[in-house]
Ligand binder design. Structure first.
Ligand code: AMP
Ligand code: GLY
Length: 415
């Protein structure tokens, strides 16, 4: 089989690594890929990102299956366009991808189908939004409706902060249109969990749970990042929490997907807040998480390609996903300075013995030399029978990766 995998992050390196394990896979083109996929077995990077060019490439190369990593092409309708040309592709349609692409669309969907989520209001008009801030309780959460590269959420401690957020989103237009419409929602207190799942539109199978560590510094301090490391399974997702999630969030979502007639054969990722009053859905993502994928796929015993194929023929109800026992910790190694500015272009040295434990993200291969090329440079993965053993495994391996000014949190997986 020839596969086209779209994306360039650590998530895509992990997807390529996992899909390449299937014997039927002959070649994986990664568009545009990164320094990790450039070196991964069976993989070749192709430097294209525009949907029309990807389509042309897939037709020319007789690609058997396309797997989409990030949300952007999904919300731009890549799945519909590929299908129209008779190409097999894994992911939700443009309409279904709005569950991630528009916060108001997804909150309205949750409300309509009784999916447990926080109270909210949608605003198109800045004066109405500002008037609402006079009456709401604090902290409150202001969200840009559209995609804002993970930066469109402001947790506002007081009215002053909320006014600033609303004005910057709606008047200053800092997200180039994505914040012209906003959602203001109730603040929830608790611990977060990521539950990635696969769906064929008729069945949803949840993957093992994961715990992201979003802030840059130890102890959850400092500004938010794309994610500084992940522990899977998430120790807060107990059997009871999982049951509550399946009943009040997952199954109701499935009813919604069916009733709306969404064409959805892809990944659905539930971002949860576990509170004293049970779990609430913060958001849907219509793709795998990064860096959740690097941990979750390391614990997946099943063949990912076969799972994807089963979803594409709507056969998930007869499919089981198998997991390894134990835990997986992945620690992100970042360029010092991230999430603000940081230098790029430093050589990365990875000792051979831990090659299989490293998933590259902001890294490129230049004349056979790996160099830093982004804020989150790579993830180092540790597995073990217990969380403590997985942590030790990951932090031991980190010693065998070197680049100038590497920074990482030392408390990933500490419960
Ligand atoms: P989202 O893009 O909706 O996942 O929001 C990004 C992050 O903002 C989440 O991972 C949470 O840490 C935080 N967040 C979003 N919504 C809420 C909320 N209603 N209450 C508390 N924190 C929130
Ligand atoms: N790690 C969170 C996300 O991928 O959205």
């Amino acid at each position: 089989m020839k596969i086209l995998l779209i994306g360039s992050g650590g998530r895509e390196h992990a997807l390529a690594w996992k899909i390449a394990k299937n014997e039927r896979v002959e070649k994986i083109f990664v568009a545009p890929g990164n320094g990790g996929t450039a070196r991964e077995s069976k993989c070749e990077n192709v430097n294209i990102t525009e949907i029309d060019e990807l389509l042309e490439f897939a037709l020319e190369q007789c690609i058997d299956l396309t797997v989409v990593g990030p949300e952007d092409p999904l919300t731009k309708g890549i799945v519909d366009k590929f299908k129209m040309k008779g190409l097999k592709i894994f992911g939700p349609s443009e309409k279904a991808a709005m569950l991630e692409g528009s916060k108001s669309f997804s909150k309205d969907f949750m409300k309509k189908y009784g999916v447990k989520t926080s109270e909210y209001e949608v605003f198109y008009d800045v004066d109405k939004a500002l008037a609402y801030l006079e009456t709401c309780s604090y902290p409150t959460v202001v969200k840009a409706d559209g995609l804002a590269a993970g930066k469109g959420v402001a947790i506002c401690e007081n009215k002053r902060e909320a006014i600033d957020a609303v004005k910057s989103f709606m008047v200053d237009d800092i997200f180039n249109g994505a914040g012209q419409k906003i959602v203001i929602e109730e603040f929830l207190e608790g611990v977060e969990a990521s539950i990635l799942s696969i769906t064929d539109g008729e069945t949803i199978i949840p993957f093992i749970s994961a715990k992201d560590h979003k802030q840059i510094f130890d102890g959850g301090k400092g500004p938010n990042t794309g994610g500084m490391g992940v522990l899977a399974p998430n120790p807060y997702v107990t059997k009871e929490i999982l049951k509550d999630f399946e009943e009040k969030i997952m199954n109701r979502t499935l009813v919604g997907i069916r009733e709306e007639g969404f064409d959805y054969k892809g990944i659905i990722f539930f971002g949860l807040m576990i509170t004293k009053k049970g779990s609430y859905l913060l958001e849907y993502n219509v793709r795998m998480g990064d860096p959740e994928t690097q941990s979750v796929l390391n614990l997946m015993e099943s063949d990912l390609l076969e799972l994807i194929e089963s979803a594409l023929i709507e056969n998930l109800k007869n499919t089981e996903v198998k997991w390894k026992n134990g835990a997986c910790v992945n620690v992100v190694l970042a360029s010092k300075g991230y999430p603000a500015s940081y230098p790029k272009g430093y050589e990365i040295i990875i000792e051979d013995e831990i090659k299989d434990k490293v998933f590259l993200a902001g890294a490129k291969l230049e004349n056979d030399v790996l160099k830093t090329n982004g804020g989150r440079v790579l993830s180092v993965v540790g597995v073990g029978e217990t969380v403590e053993k997985a942590r030790e495994d990951a932090y031991r391996a980190i010693e065998k990766v070197e680049f100038k000014d590497k920074y990482y949190r030392s408390d990933i997986g500490v419960i």
